[in-house]
Design a protein around this ligand. Structure first.
Ligand SMILES: C[S@@+](CC[C@H](N)C(=O)[O-])C[C@H]1O[C@@H](n2cnc3c(N)ncnc32)[C@H](O)[C@@H]1O
Length: 258
């Protein structure tokens, strides 16, 4: 009887090989079709890396370590007025009363407070950070300045948790280079912009050896454009009137996002 069964099994295998079919039903979850190739990973890691970085790379750039809340005083240093000229930056942004804007990686709210005055009571500034301590000092600063249109948001590493299709402008000062998930963050930021809404990216100039900032905390214009133009964003202009930084403006495409 056993010999009979073995003969039957061998005959089934032989027939299925000739017919090019599977001898047994496919297992749950498997498929006879060819799989599409996996897309290449967005990020890669390298054990040999800059001590200021995460050892994680995106489009050829190493991502910098996050400035912790221990650096809060540095963000409010009086010399910043001369080193970064926030007055020139803000006038270049052409913010109007009533605008809805976001300050991503707002820190202590250095730019949030200034933008809150420009958008006025009809407008709003969504101030996003991942460090609760930064948001606490941001709230205290906004309250002390009598600003009621600042909306603090505790974001995550991958999302600023902003309302969709609602913003005229997203400002990112000295933060993009330290986003641990730049691709995912920018996708979410694009979703939060109205069609035609703008992203204003401010980074210390990586091309300029005279800018006294650590290498990973600077970005070149070429690299910044490569990364942001991988999103539904169009480069509009680069403003070069700041002492140490470039201000790069992008616009969200009018095509509805998925
Ligand atoms: C160098 S500080 C700049 C703060 C502010 N933009 C300024 O110019 O004063 C960078 C800030 O970005 C925040 N940050 C880093 N990754 C972030 C993320 N994924 N989402 C939101 N904030 C982030 C940090 O916690 C820190 O407060």
């Amino acid at each position: 009887m056993q010999a009979m069964n073995r003969k039957l099994l061998l005959a089934t295998l032989a027939l299925s090989l000739v017919a090019g079919t599977r001898p047994f039903p496919a297992q749950a979850g498997s498929t006879n079709q060819l799989k599409a190739p996996e897309p290449p990973p967005l990020y890669h890691t390298n054990a040999a890396h800059d001590p200021d970085g995460l050892g994680k790379f995106y489009l050829g750039r190493e991502i910098a370590q996050v400035m912790g809340h221990a650096g809060a005083d540095w963000l409010e240093r009086p010399e910043r007025q001369q080193e970064e000229r926030p007055d020139i930056l803000l006038s270049a942004l052409k913010i109007k009363p009533g605008d809805k804007v976001a300050d991503i990686g707002a820190g202590t709210g250095y730019h949030t407070r200034r933008m809150a005055k420009l958008v006025g009571p009809e407008g709003a500034v969504f101030a996003v950070d991942i460090e609760p301590e930064m948001l606490e000092s941001l709230k205290a600063g906004a309250t002390a300045a009598g600003l009621h249109n600042v909306k603090p948001i505790l974001g995550t590493l991958k999302s600023p948790r902003l309302p969709p299709d609602s913003l005229d402008l997203v400002l990112m000062v000295d933060v993009y280079h330290e986003l641990e998930f730049p691709f995912e963050m920018m996708q979410e930021i694009c979703r939060s912009l109205k069609a035609g809404g703008r992203v204003a990216l401010v980074e210390f100039r990586g091309e300029d050896p005279n800018v006294p900032i650590k290498a990973l905390h600077k970005m070149t214009e070429v690299q910044a454009r490569k990364e942001l133009e991988a999103q539904p964003l169009r480069w509009v202009e680069t403003i070069r009137t700041l002492p140490w930084q470039h201000l790069i403006i992008f616009e969200r495409s009018a095509i509805p996002l998925k």
